[in-house]
Design a protein. Structure first.
Length: 427
């Protein structure tokens, strides 16, 4: 695996081109997965999407829930008053979800309820609107998020997006696309395409923009893409390396790697004024910056000690502090949403695998199998990490839960997929 890959390309921004969905395969699950029943919702005929099935798929794929098969349900209520708790307890079901999908003058809405079969009480109930039938899948993801957070105490991540880079073809026919899709792989849309690599997509905190690296006339550049309009702005295009953009938590700044003054170093750019500030100044290679959740620090990869390792530095400057010591190499750090840990690429025995570093204790746990895993990114809530890996049919995406028990592979037929980035959660 190479940490820096800068190859000339011609960049073309596009907007809204559909792409094949990612195929998801789930392996494993937590030992104490919560038993739950997702009863089919009563729905009006013009809503063809099975909303309850999408909710069930989201929860089951997380590995933290075990759903009762519909054929085994002895009741199929649509409201809490129709629930007989004793029936569900006899089947070992702790929680029951039910609901209805209806239409109003303003559009559509789904009403759902979560009932605790142990106490026989409703513990959750919402009406979630949708302006059109096409939005019902997002309504289903919102329902799954609410259930996930209520029962587990951590935010759900189902109504989020992932950005990734797809590549197809060989040699001069190879084509690269920057794609945005729902977290379950549905609704992929191409937002940029190039004859040469696209790299390092990064989400703005409000989920309205993507920063990424592309090439134009043989020169790398960092671009800002506004998703709603398709507008593209070339932000930085200095000689040498322009790479690894990442937004600050407040969206005001972009950290990046530039080499036009000397060796590759970390810079911070004010997005409003365009002013740049050089944060590191070393003869080694400093790259792959990542903001801490509080915006006070940046982690980055540096070979200043001889091999690539992870360092931290205050956004105000000063001397960096090395934070990784286990393994021959550690690269591409990403902070967890609570700032207590980092996901990173660890190379201990020649295999590049995803590691989880506890920042307080320094303990490292390896989460993936390798041998060529890269580009880790946390889901909102911090329960899952997405990364790129090498599958049997080429490069693909994968996710792993932070305790390592639940894994998913996300494949795209006919092409390689790399460089994943999980969007923030917008409430």
């Amino acid at each position: 695996m190479k940490s820096l890959r800068w190859i000339a390309a011609v960049l073309l921004a596009v907007s809204g081109i559909a792409r094949a969905e990612l195929e998801i395969t789930v392996q494993g699950g937590v030992e104490q997965a919560l038993p739950i029943a997702i009863v089919p919702f009563t729905q009006i005929p013009d809503v063809k999407l099975d909303v309850a099935q999408v909710v069930e798929d989201d929860l089951v794929r997380s590995g933290r829930f075990k759903a009762l098969a519909r054929r085994d349900m002895l009741q199929k209520p649509s409201a809490p008053a129709q629930v007989d708790p004793a029936v569900w307890r006899a089947q070992g079901i702790d929680n029951v979800v039910m609901g209805q999908v209806s239409k109003t003058e303003q559009g559509y809405f789904a009403r759902f309820f979560l009932v605790d079969s142990i106490g026989g009480q409703q513990v959750l109930g919402y009406d979630i609107p949708a302006r059109s039938v096409d939005q019902m899948r997002y309504v289903a993801h919102q329902i799954a998020d609410l259930i996930y957070e209520k029962l587990l105490g951590i935010p759900g991540y189902f109504n989020t997006k992932i950005a990734y880079v797809s590549a197809e073809g060989i040699g001069y026919q190879r084509n690269f696309e920057l794609i945005v899709a729902d977290a379950d792989g549905w609704n992929p849309r191409v937002v940029a395409t190039s004859r040469e690599p696209l790299l390092s997509p990064a989400w703005s905190p409000d989920r309205k923009q993507l920063a990424y690296v592309g090439f134009e006339r043989g020169r790398s550049a960092i671009y800002l893409h506004t998703l709603a309009t398709g507008d593209v702005k070339r932000l930085v295009s200095e000689r040498g390396i322009n790479g690894s953009p990442t937004f600050s938590p407040d969206g005001r700044f972009l950290a990046m790697t530039l080499s036009f003054e000397n060796n590759p170093d970390i810079y911070v750019v004010d997005l409003k004024t365009g002013n740049r500030r050089r944060l590191t100044d070393h003869y080694g290679i400093d790259t792959e910056p990542a903001w801490s959740p509080d915006g006070a620090k940046l982690a980055f990869t540096s070979d200043r000690g001889g091999q690539p390792q992870i360092y931290e530095i205050s956004v105000n400057g000063g001397d960096p502090r090395r934070v990784t010591f286990e393994g021959r190499q550690n690269l591409r750090a990403s902070y967890s949403p609570d700032g207590r840990s980092m996901a990173l690429v660890n190379n201990t025995d020649g295999r590049y695998r995803i590691g989880l570093l506890d920042l307080a204790s320094g303990e490292m746990r390896v989460l993936s199998n390798g041998p060529l895993d890269e580009s880790p990114s946390f889901a909102p809530g911090g329960a899952v990490v997405i990364y790129a890996t090498q599958g049997r049919k080429g490069a693909e995406l994968a996710t792993v839960s932070v305790e390592g028990s639940v894994r998913q592979s996300l494949r795209q037929s006919g092409g390689d997929v790399r460089e994943p980035a999980w969007s923030p959660l917008i409430r």
